[in-house]
Design a protein around this ligand. Structure first.
Ligand code: GLN
Length: 464
């Protein structure tokens, strides 16, 4: 823990942490030592972790990286983080993310952008190990950019993250780390700041498939405080890492072979196919015909739910409050000052698609498309497919300030391979598969059957 506290300090230029909690960490570590001495060590005993600032942490400022939450200090702990502490882990601090997890580059955070430790030279500056960081360089992806950077730069052993449309898998792919979004309902959402409640899931970002398996085992599990959290046993995922994948059937969806797909990503995808074949898996071409509608439908459903969830930030109950001559003006001024531009855009889109006269044309239609996307997967799984292999992202990490400033859709296109998984509620893992010709990490994604994260860990280990 002491070594990691020092690393976090050395790596400050990356802006991965929005709050460091060294005293809290040392206290937890001391308690850990006592449990170890008594022979009562838990599965994560003494392991220093970073926590995305979307998870409520009791007595520790939680802002979702939005000004509107100000200096909000929760009086409660999210279920997922409380399970990590139950199992002996130590919290180094709170990690940067896009404001309310809305973004794909961590540039919408009220705390500023996060720097990816990877350089185009093919090196990772390893800031925690004393590597030099100057300039702005590349984004780490988002929204869990702080989590991905902290893991990649050795500023923690593993981190919590959340994924509504790719926010675990895309930043993992951009930083050469592993990230898994479990099946919807696997982890409790209780105490996690809500973005789009029917899509949000927590999951880990780690340095390896095995680390993610160990983390997820502690993070997952039934919680009566979240009615969508499923009461099904959590397997000891670690056994699945290194298990044979012989005879598993892997689907390659032809709709993901986009026109103009970056040839380096296509080549890596082919390599992934070869690795899985060599390990004894069977490769089958499949069709997921509604794939092309996933991104537009996601960017209706997610803002709709976001606009509803964000209605609670009115200056009365949480964080920031601006003064107004009456309560309506107070609401208006608080929300105008508290929300960033991307969040305001989502609120406006969401309110529009939910409003009378447009609800049927947009929101209802998007929900129907969502059902079709889910059925596409059900059909291939019913045909015996065990998992689906796709690229994780359409590009490697891009430069800070390079995308989305003129046209937000340019940024949304980053999520083209990841959003289907949330729309269908399925588990998905991003695994580093190689470096591109500029020396930047690229990831592949495996999508599994509902509640079959084990298969993803087994296949992910082959790719890694
Ligand atoms: N990039 C997507 C969005 O901005 C997904 C974000 C997420 O998964 N939290 O909505």
């Amino acid at each position: 823990t002491k070594a990691h506290i020092a690393a976090v300090e050395k790596g400050r230029a990356l802006n991965a942490y929005v709050l460091e909690t060294p005293e809290h960490a040392l206290k937890q570590a001391a308690a850990s030592d006592e449990r170890i001495a008594k022979g009562e060590a838990g599965p994560l005993e003494g392991l220093p972790l970073g926590i995305k600032d979307l998870f409520a942490t009791q007595g520790v400022r939680t802002t979702a990286c939005s000004k509107i939450l100000g200096n909000f200090v929760p009086s409660y702990e999210s279920t997922v983080s409380s399970q990590l502490w139950r199992d002996g882990a130590v919290m180094l601090g709170k990690l940067n993310n896009d404001e309310f997890a809305m973004g794909s580059s961590n540039e919408t955070s009220a705390f500023g952008n996060v720097v990816n430790p990877w350089r185009r030279s093919g090196s990772n500056v390893g800031a925690g190990q004393g590597g030099a960081v100057e300039g702005n360089h590349l984004v780490p992806g988002g929204s869990s950019g702080g989590s991905a950077t902290a893991v990649a730069a050795d500023l923690c052993l593993a981190a919590t993250a959340t994924d509504t449309g790719g926010s675990i898998r895309q930043p993992a792919a951009f930083t050469g780390t592993v990230g898994i979004k479990p099946t919807y309902g696997r982890c409790s959402r209780w105490g996690i700041v809500a973005f789009a409640s029917s899509l949000d899931q927590a999951g880990p970002i780690g340095k390896s498939v095995r680390d993610c398996a160990v983390m997820l085992r502690s993070m997952a599990g039934h919680d009566p405080k979240d009615t969508t959290c499923v009461d099904t046993p959590v397997p000891d995922y670690e056994y699945a890492v290194g298990r044979s994948v012989k005879g598993m059937k892997i689907g390659i969806p032809r709709e993901y072979r986009l026109e103009g797909l970056n040839p380096e990503i296509d080549a890596l995808w082919q390599k992934g196919i070869e690795w899985l074949k060599a390990a004894g898996a069977e490769i089958v071409e499949i069709s997921l015909p509604h794939t092309k509608y996933a991104l537009p439908a996601y960017y209706i459903v997610a803002p709709a739910e976001a606009s509803s969830n964000l209605a609670r930030y009115d200056g009365v109950r949480y964080g920031l409050r601006e003064q107004g001559k009456d309560i309506v003006e107070m609401y208006e001024k608080t929300r105008a000052a508290g929300f960033g531009a991307e969040v305001k855009r989502r609120i406006m889109i969401g309110t529009y698609v939910l409003s009378a006269g447009y609800y049927d044309a947009y929101y209802l239609r998007a929900q129907k498309v969502r059902t079709l996307i889910k059925r596409d997967f059900e059909t291939v799984y019913a045909d015996g497919i065990d998992a689906v292999l796709t690229p994780a992202t359409p590009s490697a990490a891009f430069g800070i300030g390079e995308k989305g400033s003129a046209d937000p859709v340019e940024m949304y296109l980053n999520d083209i391979f990841t959003v289907t998984v949330n729309m269908a509620g399925l588990p998905g893992i991003a695994v580093p598969a190689g470096l591109d010709s500029q020396g930047l990490p690229l990831g592949l994604q495996l999508i599994g059957r509902p509640f079959d994260e084990e298969t993803l860990f087994s296949l992910g280990e082959v790719i890694e």
